[in-house]
Design a protein around this ligand. Structure first.
Ligand code: NBG
Length: 836
């Protein structure tokens, strides 16, 4: 095809003397101001009397999006022209957080936007609060995907994030009488200025039905899938702007709709309900995010969601490949596809189906392409979180895929037998089909077999992966395994979340540190400078005041910003051991009651996090925290020295207030259970000291910051395993520790539940008779470690020194470091500079 003619249109001039181009792309105050007023008038269209703060948010968001638009288009064009390899990050979750502040930061126009709004009589900070964040993720896994998109764009790597446009994201949490209540997240209610609908970018996805064999023109045996239903997926694109560069990548989320909105046949015969039924069933696929963090739920619809977005994404890649005139045989040279956990691992089978059934490649060639294309990141070793699908369910939804899996498995197990002859136990262990109990498809095995690279998310986790869950696979293909320790973006979680510290870092280091976090090491010298430490403390205290104001507004609990802020925010899960934290709080409470003269550092214990709606124990733990908070906060004997607060609805937006306000970061999971953690990194970046076990990335955090600047306690992974092997008896811990016994009895007595001795019985009984996460085994060590924290806090200067060193030595945990490793060692994707 000849290239389209270049048409030049002279930009019209507006009455303000700004060109139209300026209004759409100008970065100066005047252009932004004009753009906001234009959008208020032409995009939103409320008369002045009805114009709300939210309208200002929306207008500014559209103005900012305009400014990303030519960067985005130039990025797409550049990627197309250069024909470079591109990263496709497949993830069922992208927890992006509010866009406006971040995009202003990454474009470098915060001050201009602030001034423009000020001229319109508005305050940027208040306008920013109007944004309803897209909560399309549960926790660490989804937020990691978002941090990685930020780094990919910033490092100028061509990349697309592929995922699901859930109509309802993670629920909003309210606290009613101490209990969690779940409120549906209607994030699209007032529109979404950040996405661009692409109704013409659509792919069709089959469900159910059966397969048929036929012979093609060339006489080859082939398979045809005769589906029961077809669903259409359309693309919604969200540009993701890199920091300080023109590169602006794409987050492409798929939304499901019926192929035809109405079955006219049924409509004409008068069956109206039949006519709309198909539409309803189809649209159900992307309705709601499953709010489970770690445990898998074996729901038909969930498998449907996974297959839906993966199929759309792979079809999209093939389509773009053919647009660029690249033969399908070169797929793996153009795409590096990463599986964010096993959720998208059906992609291994779907790519085989597309290549073999639809593109008619032969099996061996298709398989070589598939393995070369995929990489698999494992995010958990918890057995209850490893995905398996019962065969009947799988067969009913994806009959063709099950056949392909059998064939992959047959060839794979032949290989296993060839390598380890006579070892049938190994063959059974490694099979893609689990046969103990109900037969099922093992998705982690599928991901491992179909990927050339397999990684864990922290050094310890990657080692445990090789030694446990994927041990057999490691023995078969050691060269496939590596570690990629997680990272977090310093743009959102330091520069944006902590403007006070940003200003100080700019002053001390210049302005390159957000893209070169190793420069933070230069702060080490400043740790011994008393004037610098004073500034550091003032910033921390201002951040604590900001959080205290937020907590007061949302809980009516008043916290003193001069106290030690001891914070645990993350999903509520027994392995993360929020209840261990509570046991310490109750211990301290009792000590103060018994010994009013006790010298302790005054502390605010702050919690936040959602529980999966069906997770009984996690919901009791929330109630327990709130019960303890109510009692302690109301007790004049102690409430001048300790208080407890539960921040409702922990999300990215309030996380940005929470991390910068922490003195102490609680990372107290049972050793071996937390794959990495990323909250731990966000706290460290902001100068919090960590109290933690040797788990996940805590190990590396301690290595970086030095043992003397980290509060370590608790059993190691080996010790945990040893105790479990020997038979763990939590009652022994209680028998040998009278203080622990009294604490448990106090909770059990109804003291923290207005006399109701039933409410917490299940929690106490679980700890006493089962305690699967060794809370009681670590209790004494934890309490002792907290005493060391308390003593250390008394020495303000030294605490500040340690705080500075935490930030100074946090560079490793930038997602830029992680993404460079992925690009260099797994994806082989080079930077592509985008010019305007
Ligand atoms: C979580 C782990 C965290 C880890 C994040 C991101 C899942 C399945 N895993 O420890 O629990 O930080 O993944 O890697 O959500």
């Amino acid at each position: 095809k000849p290239p389209p003619k270049q048409i030049k249109i002279a930009p019209p001039v507006t009455t303000t003397g700004l060109t139209d181009v300026d209004v759409r792309s100008g970065m100066q105050v005047a252009a932004l101001k004009q753009a906001v007023t234009d959008h208020l008038r032409y995009s939103i269209g409320h008369p002045p009397v009805a114009t709300t703060l939210h309208d200002y948010y929306y207008a500014l968001a559209l103005a900012v999006r305009d400014r990303m638009q030519h960067r985005w288009l130039n990025t797409l064009q550049t990627n197309f022209d250069l024909k470079r390899k591109i990263v496709c990050y497949l993830s069922a979750e992208f927890l992006m957080g509010p866009h406006l502040g971040n995009n202003l930061l990454n474009l470098g126009i915060e001050q201009e936007a602030r001034a423009a709004l000020a001229e319109l009589g508005q305050d940027l900070d208040i306008v920013l609060e109007c944004e309803e964040e897209p909560g399309l993720g549960n926790g660490g896994l989804g937020r990691l995907a978002a941090c990685y998109l930020d780094s990919l764009a910033t490092l100028q790597r061509p990349a697309v994030g592929y995922g699901i446009r859930y109509e309802f994201g993670i629920f909003d949490q309210e606290i009613h009488d101490g209990w969690q209540a779940e409120i549906t997240d209607k994030w699209l209610r007032y529109g979404n200025p950040w996405e661009i609908a692409k109704p013409e970018v659509a792919h069709y996805v089959n469900w159910g039905g059966h397969t048929e064999y036929y012979r093609d023109e060339a006489g080859n045996d082939r398979v045809r899938w005769m589906p029961y239903r077809v669903v259409k997926g359309t693309a919604y694109d969200t540009p993701t702007q890199g920091y300080g560069v023109n590169n602006c990548n794409t987050l492409r989320l798929w939304s499901a709709e019926a192929v035809e909105s109405f079955d006219f046949q049924a409509f004409n015969t008068g069956d109206y309900y039949q006519a709309v039924e198909d539409k309803i069933i189809s649209e159900t696929v992307t309705k709601v995010l499953y709010p489970n963090d770690e445990p898998q739920i074996g729901k038909h619809l969930r498998l449907g969601q996974q297959y839906f977005f993966v199929s759309c994404s792979l079809q999209n890649m093939l389509h773009i490949l053919s647009l660029s005139g690249v033969p399908v045989e070169n797929f793996a040279e153009r795409y590096a596809v990463q599986l964010n956990d096993t959720h998208p691992s059906i992609g291994v089978v779907e790519l085989m189906r597309l290549l073999v059934d639809e593109r008619r490649l032969d099996w061996d060639k298709a398989w070589a392409i598939t393995v070369q294309t995929f990489g698999y990141t494992n995010h958990t070793l918890l057995p209850e979180a490893l995905e398996t699908w019962p065969l009947p369910m799988f067969q009913a939804l994806l009959p063709r895929h099950l056949e392909i899996i059998y064939e992959i498995n047959r060839r794979f197990l032949d290989e296993v037998r060839a390598r380890f002859s006579g070892d049938e136990a190994r063959v059974a262990r490694m099979s893609l089909i689990g046969e103990e109990g109900e037969k099922c498809v093992r998705m982690a095995h599928l991901a491992a077999v179909g990927s050339h690279a397999i990684n864990g998310v922290a050094a310890l986790h990657s080692d445990l992966l090789k030694a446990s869950v994927l041990k057999d696979f490691y023995e078969m293909w050691p060269e496939r395994f590596s570690n990629k320790t997680n990272g977090v973006t310093p743009r959102r979680f330091l520069a944006l979340a902590n403007p006070g510290l940003r200003a100080l870092l700019n002053e001390a280091l210049g302005e390159q540190w957000p893209v070169n976090m190793e420069q933070l090491h230069q702060l080490e010298a400043k740790a011994d400078d008393a004037a610098f430490r004073r500034k550091w403390r003032a910033i921390k205290e201002a951040n604590k005041k900001r959080l205290a104001d937020y907590i007061l507004a949302h809980t009516d609990i008043e916290l003193d910003p001069t106290w030690l802020f001891d914070i645990q925010v993350k999903r509520i899960h027994e392995y993360k051991r929020q209840h261990l934290n509570v046991l310490h709080i109750v211990t301290l409470y009792r000590r103060l009651k018994e010994n009013p003269g006790l010298n302790i550092s005054p502390r605010a214990f702050i919690f936040g996090g959602k529980a999966a709606p069906g997770y009984f124990m996690a919901k009791r733990i929330i109630k327990l925290i709130n019960g303890v908070a109510e009692t302690i906060n109301a007790d004049p004997d102690v409430n001048t020295r300790m208080k407890v607060a539960f921040v409702p609805n922990f999300n990215v937006q309030n996380a940005q207030l929470i991390y910068p306000a922490a003195d102490l970061s609680e990372q107290i999971s049972t050793a071996g259970k937390e794959a990495s953690g990323t909250g731990n990194m966000k706290f460290m970046l902001n100068g919090a000291l960590t109290i933690g076990t040797l788990d996940g990335a805590n190990v590396e955090i301690r290595e970086e910051v030095g043992a003397e600047n980290f509060f370590l306690f608790g059993l190691t992974t080996e010790e945990v395993e040893h105790i479990k092997r020997e038979g763990y008896h939590p009652t022994d811990c209680i028998a040998s520790n009278s203080e622990l016994r009294t604490v448990l009895e106090l909770i059990n007595s109804g003291y923290f539940s207005r006399g109701d001795a039933e409410v917490f019985r299940s929690v106490v009984n679980n700890l006493t008779y089962s305690d699967p996460f060794l809370v009681l085994a670590d209790y004494a060590a934890y309490v002792a470690c907290q005493e060391r924290v308390s003593a250390a806090w008394q020495d303000k200067e030294n605490w500040t020194r340690m705080s500075i060193l935490n930030t100074a030595r946090s560079g490793k945990f930038s997602s830029d470091r992680a993404i460079r490793e992925y690009c260099d060692e797994i994806w082989n994707v080079q930077p592509a500079t985008v010019k305007l």
